[in-house]
Design a protein around this ligand. Structure first.
Ligand SMILES: [Zn+2]
Length: 449
């Protein structure tokens, strides 16, 4: 094959069916050839990976709160997409809340797109929001290209993104199913949380008791039954309680269209090891016990949990209330976009998983989940989005050196396995290191490029 822009040769290509050696040819940003390692494929640019490097698909992180515009002091598109690029992430999907305005109608989506356009170092897609009263906005948002709709069943943490009550949830799901859209749900039941002991003070145990598994279990049961009644495709965000796994498996056996994700922090940390006052670990639903964590890993092994995405949800340091260490007052959200791939790899390899598993959970799965089928795989016809990853290399997380706007993360000081050596977007190495670097990310729409 002639006229290639780029040829990358790697002893280890991470492909859906397994690891193979190979030469990958890229033209116009798309993979056009995958040949054996000793192929004489030529390109205008040639990259030979080092012996300790593998070529993985770029990570697709479908759960990122960028907060831009409106709360850019928490995170913005420049800082978020730079962090993504350095962490091997080539596509992010932005959550509809924590920015102002939230993405609950088409003008708000246009505001987001205008804001992101000139800043994106990686590709960016958008979720819409489902809030009380915006059912008439759902179809126009779908047609404008959002990848699905997020809703809450309890207070979201920000007043401009209110939750749906059960009747509103059913109404929204009926509308979304009418155009075969996707509803993604923060599943914690508001009444259960209201009746639980209130979160206050520095004790992590007290915080955990304020967000019981029952709140998650009940909300997931409700969403599953609504999916059964309405036929609406649903996705359970950030599964933390392993109790819901048998319920999800059972629903799927019945043909209910439900998928689920979990996040690096639920797979890495455990409640037993979180020090009192360490609010950098606060997120909702919370990090639970070590035994629960191991059951989440079993859920990944069984395929009941489909994908692993960051739920990167940063804030400024003051909102984490480190002066008091009060879990009731602190912002609930964990910052991890740049370290997610290495964090999950560190824990996955200890449990006998492979890079093929890692790519299924963090690249191919989220791409399929969001309808971005041309992402997340090293395959002829797919975008040439890659992470050059050194799985045996290691580093210690230095929060100050991450591109996140705020240097607050529970991974600070933690040794992680797997170093992202470079990240490639549509066949071009992303340079996010200097102020002069030109962002070349694109805005993605449903089903489109
Ligand atoms: Zn989130």
């Amino acid at each position: 094959m002639t006229g290639l822009d780029l040829m990358i040769r790697a002893r280890r290509l991470v492909r859906p069916a397994g690891e193979v050696g190979g030469a990958v040819g890229v033209k116009d940003g798309v993979v056009v050839a995958i040949e054996p390692l000793d192929s004489d494929l030529r390109g205008a640019a040639v990259v030979e990976l080092a012996d300790d490097e593998v070529l993985m698909p770029g990570v697709v992180d479908s759960h990122v709160h960028v907060n831009d515009p409106g709360r850019t002091e928490w995170e913005g598109f420049t800082s978020a997409t730079r962090a993504a690029a350095d962490g091997g992430v080539t596509t992010i999907v932005d959550m509809p809340l924590n920015s102002i305005p939230p993405t609950c109608d088409v003008p708000a989506l246009e505001t987001k797109r205008r804001t992101a356009e000139s800043q994106a170092f990686v590709d960016v897609g958008f979720w819409g929001g489902a809030i009380p009263g915006n059912v008439p906005d759902l179809r126009p948002l779908h047609e404008a290209g959002v990848l699905g709709f997020k809703c809450f069943l309890l207070h979201s943490g920000v007043d401009e993104f209110p939750p749906l009550d059960p009747d509103q949830l059913e109404e929204a799901m009926r509308e979304i199913s009418a155009f075969d859209g996707l509803m993604i749900v923060h599943a914690e039941d508001t009444h259960t949380i209201e009746r639980a002991p209130r979160a206050h003070g520095g004790s992590y145990g007290d915080f955990l008791r304020s967000r019981p598994r029952g709140a998650e279990n009940l909300a997931v049961a409700q969403v599953v039954e609504l999916a059964r009644w309405t036929g609406c495709r649903v996705h359970i965000l950030h599964v933390s309680s392993a109790d819901v796994l048998p319920m999800l498996a059972s629903a799927r056996r019945d043909g209910v269209p439900v998928t689920a994700e979990t996040c690096p922090h639920y797979l890495t940390f455990s409640a037993e090891e979180i020090p009192d006052g360490a609010t950098q670990f606060k997120c909702c639903p919370p990090i639970r016990e070590a035994a629960n964590r191991e059951l989440l890993w079993e859920g990944l092994r069984d395929g009941v949990i489909d994908i692993v995405v960051s739920d990167h949800s940063p804030s400024t340091a003051d909102l984490k209330c480190f002066d008091t260490g009060d879990f009731g007052d602190a912002w609930g959200g964990i910052s991890s976009l740049q370290v997610g791939l290495s964090a999950v790899w560190t824990e996955a390899r200890r449990r006998g998983f492979t890079l093929v598993d890692l790519a299924r959970w963090m690249c191919q799965g989220p791409a399929r989940q969001t309808g971005l089928g041309h992402k997340g795989r090293i395959e002829v016809g797919c975008d040439a989005d890659f992470a050059v990853f050194a799985p045996e290399d290691a580093f210690v997380v230095d929060a100050q050196r991450l591109h996140h706007r705020n240097a607050v993360t529970p991974y600070a000081g933690r040794p992680l396995d797997g170093v992202v050596r470079s990240t490639w977007l549509r066949g071009r190495r992303i340079d996010s290191s200097t102020e002069q670097a030109e962002p070349s990310g694109r805005l993605l729409t449903r089903g489109g490029a």
